[in-house]
Write a new protein. Structure first.
Length: 178
């Protein structure tokens, strides 16, 4: 794609790479957006998702159904599973859950399948991921935007939103295994 770029674009690319700035300059973003069709897409290997919803302390399908009925009129239809049990030493953060727009699957961290984790915490995290499925992703200036203003407004409607945020802040060290 950059073989046909002019000097201004190449200089912008060089500054972007050298600065390690996360936000690309508008000149570079515009060029990439206009020329992205030139990048050959390699076919993705489809991975078989193993769905494990029953954990030691929580059944994700049961919680999903409760959240679906209360907040989404039972309109959300996507698989939910516990993620892989990966232990990483010296972690400073943890991804509690994720939603794959490609596979339409919600994955919840097995670090939450603990006796000390309140049910409202997991339900709130499931609600957050279900919102991703419900709202989809907005595209702005060539970027994907998942946590839009509308998303944040709906997220705050979760009945235990404030309690959930306080619990996460207070218990992050436990989830990290410290």
């Amino acid at each position: 794609m950059f073989l046909e770029a002019d000097t201004e674009v190449l200089n912008s690319l060089a500054r972007f790479v050298k600065s390690r700035n996360r936000k690309a300059p508008s000149v570079l973003r515009s060029f990439v957006t206009a020329n992205s069709h030139k990048i050959k897409q390699s076919p993705r290997k489809s991975r078989q998702t193993i769905v494990r919803s029953k954990g030691r302390f929580f059944n994700l399908n049961t919680l999903f159904d409760q959240v679906n009925g209360e907040y989404f009129a039972n309109e959300i239809d996507c698989p939910i599973t516990w993620g892989a049990n990966r232990r990483v030493r010296n972690q400073n953060s943890i991804k509690l859950a994720s939603y794959s727009d490609r596979t339409k699957t919600i994955r919840v961290s097995p670090a939450l399948d603990k006796s000390y984790v309140p049910k409202y915490v997991i339900m709130g995290i499931v609600y957050h991921e279900m919102l991703h499925h419900h709202l989809g992703v907005e595209h702005r200036n060539g970027r994907k935007m998942a946590h839009t203003r509308r998303f944040r407004q709906l997220e705050a409607r979760y009945r235990h939103y404030q309690r959930l945020q306080a619990w996460k802040e207070k218990n992050l060290h436990r989830l990290l295994g410290r």
